[in-house]
Design a protein around this ligand. Structure first.
Ligand SMILES: Cc1ncc(COP(=O)(O)O)c(C=O)c1O
Length: 338
């Protein structure tokens, strides 16, 4: 299955044939030290995560470099964010070194399934609360199952680099304000209803959540505005995911001489800016995806001429160059694994 072309299959539906697995408990984690063949797990019907949502994940990529080797992008930042999510779910927290090694081992064992650029190997570290206990609604799981699954991927948004349409949603939030920075499935399923409704009613690609007029992010990506000299994005708080692509873009834009503003982003500013300001989404899966139109309260607006803007494409090119090893790596973002 993994030998199929990741650009002709939906993102996330192909899998590498090796996986790393560890089991955690009050005395720490047990990992064999090597990847094993991908196989189904046997899950007890009373498993904590199935009932009380004690599960979270990460998403990062290993990129084939221009010289044929492979490097993982911002490995340590993803390890740290995973640890943050795991501790907020009150699951047994693995050491950073263990997580790091399991991610490297899994990617290394799936090197043969790592496509050439612009494809990549998407790593999906996942943890689930594994206690068999349906009475533990208000108690954490003492044990956990941790694994790193790999998926050869192409484009996240079908159709390659194309301008996306967004519905600006000001009433229904993506998730609860205190849970937004955790990469937990509950957040995604909460955003699903509004996103499906927006797609059906308006034919948009995504929903931009801007509860009470305060813009944060879409269902799976952060949001940016950019002009020839300024980059603007929402300041961090607990209400949305602290994207690692977001932080890479801020650093690269600073290096390129853009003034960077991290601050609140009122919907009125986005709507008023549509005529002149470029907008894009960012994420490990989405990379940098241009926004071509916005719909707000039934009214559609084209963002500039509706096409990907020069500053958006400039940043995308710079990001892809660091990821794929055709540019220097001044901030030490690449971890070579082969
Ligand atoms: C809700 C949400 N926001 C933002 C992002 C972007 O985060 P990152 O750049 O770390 O992939 C993602 C993707 O992981 C996401 O799921």
């Amino acid at each position: 299955m993994a030998s199929a072309d990741p650009f002709s299959e939906p993102f996330g539906t192909l899998f590498g044939d090796m996986i790393t697995v560890a089991r955690g408990g009050p005395d720490g984690y047990v990992y064999s030290g090597a990847a094993e063949p991908l196989a189904d797990f046997s899950i007890h019907p009373g498993t904590h995560a199935l009932h009380y949502g004690s599960t979270c994940f990460e998403g990062l990529k290993a990129h084939r470099q221009a010289d044929g080797s492979v490097a993982i992008f911002r490995l340590d930042d993803h390890v740290q964010r995973f640890i943050n999510s795991i501790s907020l779910l009150r699951l047994p927290v693995p050491d950073a070194d263990l997580l790091r090694q399991m991610m490297i081992d899994s990617a290394t064992a799936n090197l043969d399934h790592t496509p050439d650029q612009p494809g990549s190997l998407y790593l999906r570290p996942t943890i689930i609360g594994a206690d068999h206990n349906i009475g533990a609604a208000a108690a954490p799981s003492q044990t956990s199952l941790l694994y790193i699954l790999c998926s050869p991927v192409g484009d996240y948004f079908a159709g390659g680099i194309r301008p996306l349409s967004l519905l600006v949603e000001t009433k229904t939030p993506r998730t609860t304000p205190q849970f937004g920075s955790i990469k937990s499935g509950a957040n995604y399923v909460m955003a699903l209803g509004p996103t499906l409704e927006a797609k059906a009613a308006h034919g948009v690609d995504q929903v931009l959540f801007a509860t009470d007029g305060d813009t944060t992010e879409t269902g799976a990506a952060n949001f940016f505005m950019i002009t020839d000299d300024k980059l603007i994005t929402r300041n961090l708080d607990d209400s949305f995911l602290h994207g690692i692509t977001r932080s890479s873009i801020i650093q690269m834009a600073t290096d390129l001489g853009y003034e960077v503003e991290e601050r609140s982003l009122p919907v009125s500013e986005i709507l008023d800016g549509a005529e002149t300001v470029e907008m894009f989404l960012s994420g490990t899966a989405a990379v940098i995806a241009p926004v071509g139109s916005l719909i707000h309260e039934g009214e559609a607006r084209t963002v500039r001429d509706g096409q990907p803007g020069p500053n958006t494409l400039r940043l995308r090119e710079a990001l892809v160059a660091v990821q794929s090893g055709t540019a220097e790596d001044p901030h030490g973002w690449r971890t070579p694994i082969s």
